[in-house]
Design a protein around this ligand. Structure first.
Ligand code: GLV
Length: 323
């Protein structure tokens, strides 16, 4: 009997075909509630899931036959990895294939918030534009400014690689033990990065160490003229603290792609002109989403075929202040 596979999201037909070649696919094209996930996962040997699926101990218990949980995402904070590991279930993610798309979206946000693009768009649609003026809607120029990148993994580095095109200097704060991307790039403690950067962009995974990494204290360290960009995970930023910092004008603005309680956004942020809000689009290109789903399917194919997974998740080292 072909191994049963639960897929919790619509996937490209090429990916479905790949999965159908290795097992019996149960496709929940419109997603599943937590309760429905627990029910549908029973008896399955593989689960292909997305970031909004919480694969906790109860789901893993219900899916007692699961050999692999293949997350269509690079982040896997939605999965209880220790619980999976202790049951002998392999967890895989999709590193690499979404790096460039997420870096591009990060730059879209940096440019949008510093040059007030979304704010200007809203103004025009509300018939508020009265015409060109020398001092109208001025933003911050990027040339000669410091881009502070928190997290020197694949995505942080891809964001940094694009900085010279805008004449920005890059500084990294990253986890202890990680190498600086190259000798000619600057690495500094997080505190120093917050104090000296004109744009602070977050590229760390969600772990207990990074929960509310950007809190009131961190925001108060930033320049009043600086911008915060988050394309990592919502809970890395304390949204209430961010709302406070914006109210107190402790920073110039923020651009967010991720939120603490998606799809909800802190109500204080919704009314702020100097905040750009994107609906978790980091990896959202047709090319990348297809590649992500395909990599998840190839992980399932490998594990169910008795081979090692292509991209098993790796434990995350703690964030080192002094690195
Ligand atoms: C998306 O948020 C991902 O982690 O891939």
């Amino acid at each position: 009997m072909p191994p049963p596979i639960l897929v919790t999201s619509r996937v490209p037909s090429s990916v479905l075909t790949r999965l159908e070649a290795v097992g019996e696919v149960d496709l929940a094209a419109d997603g599943l509630t937590p309760e429905a996930l627990r029910q549908r996962v029973a008896g399955k040997r593989a689960l292909v899931c997305i970031v909004t699926d919480r694969v906790d101990a109860a789901v893993l218990e219900a899916g007692g036959d699961l050999e692999v949980v293949a997350n269509i995402a690079v982040g896997y904070d939605n999965i209880d990895v220790p619980a999976a590991t202790s049951r002998g279930t392999i967890v895989t993610n999709t590193p690499g294939v979404l790096t460039e798309a997420t870096a591009e979206l990060t730059w879209a946000l940096i440019l949008s918030v510093t040059r007030r693009v979304a704010e200007g768009d809203r103004l025009i649609r509300q018939h508020g534009w009265k015409g060109w003026a020398l001092d109208f809607m001025l933003g911050m120029e990027l040339g000669g400014k410091q881009l502070g990148i928190v997290g020197a993994g694949r995505i942080g580095r891809a964001v940094a690689a694009r900085a010279p095109a805008f004449g920005m200097d890059v500084a990294f704060a990253s986890r202890a033990g990680r190498q600086a991307p190259s000798d000619d790039e600057t690495r500094m403690p997080l505190d120093q990065l917050l104090v000296t950067s004109d744009v602070v962009s977050l590229h760390v995974p969600m772990t207990p160490d990074t929960h509310h990494l950007v809190d009131r204290r961190a925001l108060a360290r930033m320049k009043r003229s600086a911008y915060l960009v988050n394309t990592a995970r919502g809970p890395v930023v304390d949204e209430a603290a961010l709302d406070w910092a914006l109210e107190e004008r402790l920073i110039a603005g923020a651009a967010l792609d991720v939120y603490e309680r998606e799809p909800e956004v802190h109500p204080g942020l919704l009314g702020r002109a100097n905040v750009v809000l994107a609906p978790h689009l980091g990896s959202g290109t047709r090319e990348t989403r297809t590649a992500m789903a395909d990599l998840a399917a190839r992980n399932v194919e490998a594990v169910l075929g008795g081979k090692p997974p292509l991209t098993p998740v790796i434990p995350v080292p703690p964030l080192g202040e002094s690195s």
